[in-house]
Design a protein around this ligand. Structure first.
Ligand code: NDP
Ligand code: 8X3
Length: 251
């Protein structure tokens, strides 16, 4: 029997690529996101390879999170791997100009949403004394860049939660680790710039960014290590990137 992974933010980018990578490697899937049409078409595609269940909910809504996890049918009730990936940046503004709605969105989704999902899934991992949690952080959780203020704060929080989870869950034999990417070309910048395609595209212009498949490959590597190996914290950037602010652009 293959393992089962619960992936938040599976409708796009890193989450979608990870779902595809996992399916190609025999890992059953619980795919989560708010865009049900995308969940359903991914389910149709990947269920040719593995068992796939979809859960459509907003990670900000703690009741929906709880109900969604509680609704899992027997065949999907044992979760071996949790990929806490749902998240985005909203806006890129100096602190004095930032929007309260953007700040709420980032803290509510990237931090509190990750906690709600983890809280709903942890009891079964604790009971079985097994499980693997991967928190998708960011280079923005390792350093702060101009106008990154609250997004960086949310990802620094993910970094702290990742460490805290690893410490507290150590006694149960649950593996916890973070994958912290640099610049990956996904819908991330479209969301950050609220649909301004040109501005989003410019973020990745003039150098070769990471692809979501690069990150999916790394996540799959992390979850397929032998049980005694826990990759606790991994930072990955495009070769052209040295830090959040130093990117060797050729244009
Ligand atoms: P995308 O915008 O492509 O994907 C974001 C995913 O998160 C979507 O599937 C979206 O699904 C889901 N999501 C967003 N808000 C919510 C919500 N309220 N409830 C449930 N799901 C939600 O971006 P990426 O793939 O790039 O981002 C994935 C993760 O990687 C994020 O945590 C991001 O911070 C992190 N990251 C990204 C980097 C990059 O450069 N792209 C670099 C470092 C980290 P839906 O809209 O259907 O709900
Ligand atoms: C996403 C990477 O540099 O846009 O977390 O913040 S960055």
């Amino acid at each position: 029997m293959g393992k089962t992974a619960f992936i938040t933010g599976a409708t796009s980018g890193i989450g979608k690529a990870t779902a595809t990578y996992f399916a190609n490697n025999g890992i059953n899937l619980i795919l989560c996101g708010r865009r049900d049409n995308r969940l359903k078409s991914l389910q149709e595609e990947l269920s040719r390879k593995v068992k796939v269940h979809t859960l459509c909910f907003d990670v900000r809504d703690k009741e929906s999170v709880k109900n969604a996890v509680a609704s899992l049918p027997d065949a999907f009730s044992k979760i071996d791997i949790l990929i806490n990936n749902a998240g985005n940046a909203h806006g890129l503004d100096p602190i004095e100009e930032g929007s309260l709605d953007d700040w709420d969105a980032m803290m509510d989704i990237n931090v509190k949403g990750l906690l709600y999902v983890s809280k709903a899934i942890l009891p079964q991992m604790i009971e079985r004394k097994e499980g693997h949690i991967i928190n998708i952080g960011s280079t923005a959780g390792k350093e702060v860049y101009p106008k990154g203020n609250v997004y960086c704060a949310s990802k620094h929080a993910v970094d702290a939660i990742n460490q805290g989870m690893r410490i507290d869950l150590n006694q149960y034999g649950i593996r916890v680790g973070a994958v912290n990417p640099g610049l990956v070309e996904t819908e991330f910048s479209n969301v950050r710039f609220k649909g301004d395609e040109e501005r989003a595209h410019n973020v990745y212009k003039g150098f070769q960014p990471l692809t979501p498949e690069d990150i999916a490959d790394i996540i799959h590597f992390v979850v397929t290590r032998p049980y005694h190996v826990n990759i606790a914290d991994l930072v990955v950037m495009p070769t052209a990137q040295a830090s959040s602010t130093i990117v060797n652009k050729q244009v």
